[in-house]
Design a binder for this molecule. Structure first.
Ligand code: NAD
Length: 354
């Protein structure tokens, strides 16, 4: 048996594939990825010629392709990461988010339903469709609200979170209407190796090292829960192995931090690990006009996955962020490779000083 991973050349998907195949007894993986600007074959380069991995360049919205992959590889599970994932891009161009996150998930669910429907016996009982989603579907919290639990109502505020909310609802409906064996995980902000430098933490690291401004939206007091990507991957493996069908599980690090404090922490680590002769990196902090509809606070109540599946993050924020900064310092080639012309064109249009 194999597992089919969609979006496995992206940030979290590639970390998931690498961690999965680090276990010599793990099932083979077929990665299906459209290689958008966020997908990168180099993320999986360390697999070398591992015969347990097959990479397929293609779109989750291509039903004929997905049908063919399911028929050929007979996967035991589909782990669905593929998505348009950047909130800022969803504000500028929401169409791609509807296409991949909503229509693409619909196509994948329909293909999975046909495939699973034809399975028999143990193979049918073992099959899982694991949908990877975000805490942003729950909307924004006030300072004294309790963290998001799985029972919170959905209140998405950006085109990105609305498209992910729609996909979560489709997945839920395919369980209740057709009995497709699904599980969904909603995770907080991830950080770690192989993170495309349009998101806060890698952007700050690469800009600081290049002596460029470190853009902070608004007052920088927006609060997020942060989880090291490898801990997200272990949470997904736990839910895939033991999560109850039709259930959703929140995954989070119990680590709420304001954006400005994240940036200060990264600067302090860089000051320690790669001091700049021009002075502390925090000198580069630049406040920019806030993102429209910017959610103020996200926080995750991860007690369900802890209680039911015994999952806990292995890293604290202090240990995870140190590993992350060290990874970027050691992988300048990867950073240079992802900073293509297209990346620069996008990033240069993004931030207006306030
Ligand atoms: P990413 O943007 O780094 O990667 C997405 C991957 O999907 C890329 O490799 C891209 O090429 C691929 N892709 C996009 N459209 C596709 C299509 N139509 N067909 C096939 N492949 C396609 O995203 P990420 O940060 O790794 O996020 C992965 C998943 O996890 C997403 O579903 C996201 O909503 C969710 N998530 C992300 C975070 C986070 O902090 N990054 C937190 C919680 C949940």
């Amino acid at each position: 048996m194999t597992i089919l991973v969609t979006g496995g050349a992206g940030f979290i998907g590639s970390n998931f594939v690498l961690d999965w195949l680090a276990d010599p007894s793990a099932e083979p993986v077929v990665t299906l990825d459209a290689l958008t600007y966020a997908g990168n074959r180099a993320n999986l380069a360390s697999l070398g010629g591992d015969a347990r991995h097959t990479f397929v360049h293609g779109d989750i919205g291509d039903r004929a392709l997905v049908d063919r992959l399911l028929a050929e590889h007979r996967p035991r599970a589909i782990v669905h990461f593929a998505a348009e994932s950047h909130v800022d891009r969803s504000i500028h161009g929401p169409g791609a988010f509807i296409k991949t996150n909503v229509e693409g998930t619909f196509t994948l669910l329909e293909a999975a339903r046909a495939y699973w429907g034809a399975l028999q016996g143990e193979a049918k009982a073992a099959f899982r469709f694991h949908h990877v989603s975000t805490d942003e579907v729950y909307g924004s919290l006030k300072a004294d609200d309790p963290p998001f639990a799985e029972t919170n109502p959905y209140e998405p505020n950006s085109p990105y979170s609305a498209s992910k909310a729609a996909s979560d609802h489709l997945v839920r409906a395919w369980f209740h209407t057709y009995g497709l064996p699904v599980v969904t995980t909603n995770c907080s902000n991830n950080y770690g190796p192989l993170h495309f430098p349009e998101k806060l933490i890698p952007l700050v690291i690469v800009n600081a090292l290049a002596g460029k401004p470190l853009p902070i939206y608004g007052d920088g007091r927006q609060i997020r829960d942060w989880l090291y990507v490898k801990d997200h991957c272990s949470g997904i493996r736990a839910v895939l192995a033991g999560g109850r069908l039709g259930e959703t599980y929140n995954i989070g690090g119990w680590n709420e931090m304001a954006n400005i404090d994240i940036v200060q922490t990264v600067c302090a680590l860089l000051d320690e690990l790669q001091p700049d002769a021009a002075g502390p990196y925090a000198r580069l902090i630049t406040y920019v006009t806030d993102r429209p509809g910017h959610d103020r606070r996200y926080a995750i109540d991860a007690r369900k996955i802890e209680r039911e599946l015994g999952w806990r993050p292995a890293e604290t924020f202090a240990s995870g962020i140190r590993k992350t900064v060290q990874w970027y310092l050691a992988n300048a080639e990867w950073v240079a490779q992802v900073q293509s012309g297209a990346y620069r064109d996008w990033i240069d249009t993004q931030y207006t000083a306030s």
